[in-house]
Design a protein around this ligand. Structure first.
Ligand code: ADP
Length: 228
């Protein structure tokens, strides 16, 4: 069992789940006039939902809770709120996944306080039923066990922060590429590396460019170490 269980989510699953979510919403008899995406995870699903439901108005609020992959901040907070007159409007607040429930609830409160909507409901593609304290009004997929779902829109940043976290916690100074790959699989499982191999290389390049990683010479081999 890897230390951090990760499941890779593919684009066609995202489209299928968004379509299913739209069907669920339609079947309820309620129709949103406006969709509010919870940035940043809710952006892509919210846009797809607008397409499937024929909704023209898409707004956003930004809530921060998981500053880097699979590492939660103490408390969710609103980074950017909303200023819009939504009086008389039915509003749907949309996120990718509900894990603790904090972000989506906070976003709902923001909309209720800022914008005088007629009503606000919540939706997500996925809900982790074992961890959340709040179940959204609509969702496509209910999951029992906690995984870090690696969505297509966070591949590079997730893999970059996974590499850094692993290197920090392993407390090993010099890393060959082989060692990074071997440990990465131990920490996060096979699937992530296999499905997102091109991102793995790109993540290493990005970390070097940002000065988070340094490339050094180990007896003729390229090695990496945490810089700064
Ligand atoms: P929510 O209020 O939706 O439960 P959280 O506050 O737990 O959300 O998390 C905020 C955001 O962090 C999510 O919308 C999602 O983008 C990301 N996130 C949280 N948990 C996971 C997870 N298990 N897998 C992938 N992304 C996650």
């Amino acid at each position: 069992m890897p230390r951090v269980p990760v499941k890779v989510v593919k684009w066609d699953e995202i489209v299928a789940w968004s379509r299913k979510l739209a069907d669920n919403i339609r079947a309820s008899g309620w129709t949103p006039d406006v969709v509010v995406a919870v940035a940043r995870g809710g952006y892509v699903p919210a846009r797809l939902l607008c397409d499937f439901l024929g909704v023209q108005d898409l707004l956003s609020v930004q809530v921060v809770h998981w500053p880097s992959a699979a590492q939660v901040a103490e408390k969710a907070y609103v980074k950017y709120g909303l200023s819009a007159d939504l009086s008389g409007k039915e509003v749907l607040v949309m996120d990718d996944i509900v894990d603790t429930g904090d972000s989506v609830l906070l976003a709902k409160e923001v909309v209720e306080r800022c914008c005088k909507p007629k009503s606000v409901r919540t939706a997500a593609l996925q809900v982790i039923i074992s961890t959340t304290k709040y179940v959204p009004d609509f969702y496509a997929v209910e999951v029992k066990d906690w995984y870090w779902y690696q969505y297509p829109w966070t591949a590079l940043e997730d893999i970059s922060s996974f590499i850094v976290r692993m290197m920090r916690e392993e407390r090993q100074e010099l890393w060959t590429l082989d060692k990074i790959v071997e440990k990465f699989v131990e920490w996060y499982g096979n699937e992530l590396l296999e499905e997102r191999f091109l991102y793995f290389r790109e993540a290493l390049e990005r970390l070097k460019k940002e000065g988070v990683l340094r490339q050094v010479n180990c007896d003729g081999y390229a090695c990496y170490q945490l810089g700064g």
